[in-house]
Ligand binder design. Structure first.
Ligand code: FAD
Length: 527
């Protein structure tokens, strides 16, 4: 270990043992080269997340300038007889306190780097071509936001990451710790299938380079690993040439068409769509659907003119076809040919043509609007489920047409299928066992005119989540939570199923004291 790292270790050790004695004032005077903050504002920010329902205070917030800072703080905890929890925090967009470190140190991976944006040359590697990967890649800091990665790679060679989330203001380390999915996942797999290599600080404070060829077990453990095995400080992301234009259409009808479209995945460009998503339209589903780029007030009027059809549950399919100069002339015919094979109501088709970056950044535009209306920073009792294809009709019957029918849902419900073959079996990510499974995402916001009203709505929406999970359990639907949140160890064991043994073994190996990611509630600190 280097001398600065030793220094870090010593100071942090002292800080924490002092804190353990309860003398918070003394703590305030100690900082590790100004990287360790005890400021109330920083502690407050690190105590909360996008969910807005859980507040867990750390003792200190580390703003790392280097990988050594990250390794230093974890190593200090690992070596100390008074080990303390350390959790990486990306952009804090989890919804159940998963990035928290009660009484420990939150490593704010994103904040400091964004402050350094002016020096971005030192933060992001130049995109490069690798003959051994057979493609382009870029090396990025684990706290980098995907929005910044996209801007950078477009500027340097017109390249873009292959696999996305719908919303780009999430950190690389944060989504790689979960999966990272969007309407492109059926083609390229989740973001965790599009990483070549990582630098990871393990729960012992060791900095380890890992890939599919080198330290494979750590590589696979960390991907989808819920922050349990290490802190990702660098990731090597697969890139492709960015398409220059985007045309997309939107219409009703559903799972048969969705599965048909994802089955075209291996076909050449022009014979398949590049993006397939969809959502369920219930009571206020359209008005509330800040995740769709298609619906405008004009479209709402059109839907309301559908008569009786509009009063039942509707399903909207969103598709996109990328094009460039060489395919611009044929893209309309290509889209029309694919649409002819689908079963939607013709009068409900909407189309738009927009630049690739605007398409990828579509949710951010809705975010800005919701922020203006004071509707962004509200509690978000979200529930995300992976549902096997063979039970999606039962899910529909019991949930969309049952529990949720004519009830307030509080936000968009996304639904789209993925192929399991695009997910590597060896990572920590959990999916249903079937080849095709659906993401069903209940993206709820709790709002109310008064604090009492808000709490009432929050309880109501949380109860709906419980009813949905209960329905799956009672009907034997083997749904798996994505971005999971559970109350106890037994639930986690059930979630991981036959993969629990591997998860546990890897935890013992890479984080034996249980220092990392205690906010997930899987393991406790074991000093
Ligand atoms: P955080 O919330 O800060 O952290 C999440 C977990 O990852 C924590 O356990 C944390 O300890 C761990 N972690 C963070 N950084 C690191 C690191 N460097 N190394 C190791 N562990 C780390 N998800 C999708 O897949 N697709 C979507 O389309 C999508 N859209 C979203 C839209 C919005 C508006 C929001 C709020 C969330 C969305 N998500 C989506 C969910 C999102 O991917 C997860 O919540 C993710 O965890 C958020 O990333 P973050 O950077 O904010 O991580």
């Amino acid at each position: 270990m280097t001398i600065p790292a030793l220094l870090v270790a010593a100071v942090v050790g002292r800080l924490i043992s002092t804190a353990a004695l309860g003398d918070a004032e003394i703590l305030r005077h100690h900082t590790i080269g100004r990287r360790l903050s005890l400021e109330p504002d920083d502690l407050d920010a690190a105590s909360k997340d996008f969910g807005g329902t859980v507040t867990v205070a750390p003792l200190a917030v580390l703003r790392p300038a280097t990988t050594g800072d990250v390794a230093g703080v974890v190593h200090a905890s690992y070596r100390s007889p008074l080990a303390f929890p350390v959790s990486a925090r990306g952009h804090g967009h989890c919804t159940g306190g998963q990035a928290a470190a009660a009484g420990g140190v939150v490593v704010a991976m994103t904040t400091e780097r964004r402050r350094w944006e002016r020096r971005e040359e030192t933060q992001l590697g130049m995109p490069e071509y690798s003959p051994s990967y057979g493609g382009y890649f870029v090396d990025v800091w684990g706290g980098e936001l995907w929005a910044d990665v996209l801007r950078w790679t477009l500027r340097h060679g017109g390249l873009a990451p292959r696999s996305w989330t719908d919303y780009l203001y999430l950190s690389v380390g944060g989504t790689l710790s979960n999966g990272g999915i969007s309407g492109q996942a059926f083609r390229h797999g989740p973001q965790i299938s599009n990483v070549y290599e990582m630098d990871v600080v393990t729960g012992k404070g060791d900095l380890v380079r890992c890939s599919r060829e080198q330290n494979q077990d750590l590589f696979h453990a960390v991907l989808g690993g819920l922050g349990q095995f290490g802190i990702i400080t660098r990731a090597r992301i697969a890139l492709e040439r960015a398409p220059r234009g985007m045309l997309f259409a939107d219409f009703r009808e559903f799972t048969r068409d969705q599965e048909y479209l994802i089955s075209l995945e291996g076909r050449p460009s022009g014979e398949r769509f590049d993006y397939v998503e969809g959502f369920v339209v219930l009571d206020d589903g359209l008005i509330n659907n800040w995740r769709s780029s298609f619906f405008s007030p004009r479209n709402l009027i059109k839907l309301s003119s559908l008569g009786s059809a509009a009063t039942s549950v509707l399903y909207c399919l969103e598709v996109a076809m990328n094009y460039d100069d060489s395919t611009a002339g044929s893209v309309d015919q290509d889209v029309a040919a694919l649409l002819r094979k689908l079963q939607f109501m013709p009068e409900t088709e909407f189309a738009t043509d927009l630049p690739y970056v605007d398409f990828l950044d579509r949710v951010h535009k809705k975010e800005q609007k919701l922020r203006e209306e004071g509707l962004w920073e509200v509690p978000h009792p979200w529930l995300n489920l992976f549902v096997p294809s063979s039970r999606i009709a039962d899910f529909d019957q019991g949930i969309f047409k049952g529990i949720l029918r004519r009830n307030k849902v509080g936000g968009p419900i996304l639904i789209y299928p993925m192929n399991r073959t695009k997910w590597e079996e060896t990572t920590s990510a959990v999916t249903p066992e079937e080849e095709v499974f659906y993401l069903v995402a209940f993206l709820r916001s709790a709002v109310g005119d008064s604090p009492e009203e808000l709490q009432k709505t929050l309880r109501y929406l949380t109860r709906q989540n419980e009813l949905i999970l209960g329905f799956c359990r009672d009907s034997g639907i083997p749904a798996k939570q994505y971005l999971p949140s559970y109350g106890g160890r037994r639930d986690w064991e059930e979630h991981f199923g036959h993969r629990w043994e591997t998860f546990l073994r890897r935890k013992m190996e890479f984080d034996p004291k249980g220092i990392l990611g205690t906010g997930q509630g899987i393991f406790q600190l074991n000093s």
